[in-house]
Design a protein around this ligand. Structure first.
Ligand code: PAF
Length: 287
């Protein structure tokens, strides 16, 4: 088992990373909010395979939670996370305090925003969320200066926004997206799954099944995308979930897809009880 170095303070972390860089080591970053599951560990494994040094961050970022969201009760399992990261051969864990990341408080003067993309889909229901994500991820990129950074495709809009931010700000790193890991029911792994009651969990399995059904309808030649979205929303509501949105999108713009688009993604968000779940599926139309 690797001896993982744990840092909660910036100067020591910076000195350690500078030494790695001096020796020409490539650095892979896996940013997380902790309560790690197999999906996070798959990101760490991918970083491990591609980089000399793997650094995971655990920071529950207050800036990306709305006033009525679950910041206070967000699941934290630090001791188990450390064990899992050690077993995954992670080299460095950076778990800063809120004061270290936001020394002047969380009403920050400088925010990173990818405005148009941030307003779509999840951004409509969670205003400010993606500004919080982009701001903290940009900070982590500045602090760590990794060569590669790894994110899950489950949060596809987040992945897309971060890739756009990196390209727009000309940050010299490569962003990688990793396939979603699922329970045998199809439910995408998420730190928030711990909130689900047995009934919610059973209902939640319908989310991916419905996305698969919609994908099959598209691949079967049905191209009235708005009608497919409405049907999927109806199915989800019928099984006891509450649909926030189902959107069939062009995968490279994340705008609603129209006839002629071939590389698609169906993005969806639902509530299972009070828990908000998101998922997606890629769909390729061959002409
Ligand atoms: O996906 C997450 O866990 C968070 O949004 C991230 C990227 C770590 C930023 O806080």
């Amino acid at each position: 088992m690797t001896k993982m170095q744990l840092f909660d303070s910036l100067p020591l972390l910076r000195a350690t990373l500078a030494a790695y860089k001096l020796h020409g080591k490539t650095i892979g970053l896996v940013p997380t909010m902790g309560n790690l599951h197999a999906g996070h560990l798959a990101l760490v494994a991918t970083a491990r395979a591609q980089c000399d040094v793997v650094i995971t961050t655990i920071f529950v970022n207050p800036l990306q939670f709305g006033p009525n969201e679950d910041l206070a009760r967000y699941p934290r399992s630090f001791a188990a996370d450390i064990k899992n990261l050690e077993q995954s051969a992670c080299d460095v864990l950076y778990a800063p305090t809120t004061t270290e990341i936001y020394p002047h408080g969380t009403v920050v003067h400088t925010k990173i925003s990818v405005p148009e993309l941030s307003a779509l889909h999840c951004g409509y229901t969670r205003p400010g969320h993606f500004d919080g994500v982009c701001t903290v991820v940009a900070k982590l990129f500045n602090i760590i200066q990794p060569d590669k950074a790894f994110f899950g495709y489950k949060d596809y809009q987040q992945f897309h926004l971060i890739s756009t931010m990196v390209s727009d700000l000309q940050i010299p790193l490569q962003v990688y997206g990793i396939a979603t890991m699922r329970e045998s029911s199809g439910l995408a792994l998420s730190s928030r799954n711990v909130y689900l009651s047995t009934t919610d969990r059973n209902n939640a399995a319908a989310l991916f099944a419905t996305l698969q059904e919609s994908a099959l309808q598209i691949m079967g030649g049905e191209h009235n995308f708005r009608q497919i979205e409405a049907r999927a929303s109806g199915t989800l509501n019928k099984v006891g979930l509450k649909t926030d949105y189902v959107h069939i999108c062009n995968r490279s713009t994340l705008h609603l897809a129209s006839i002629g688009d071939t590389d698609l993604i169906i993005l969806a968000a639902v509530y299972a009880g009070t828990t908000r779940l998101i998922d997606n599926i890629f769909v390729q139309i061959t002409i």
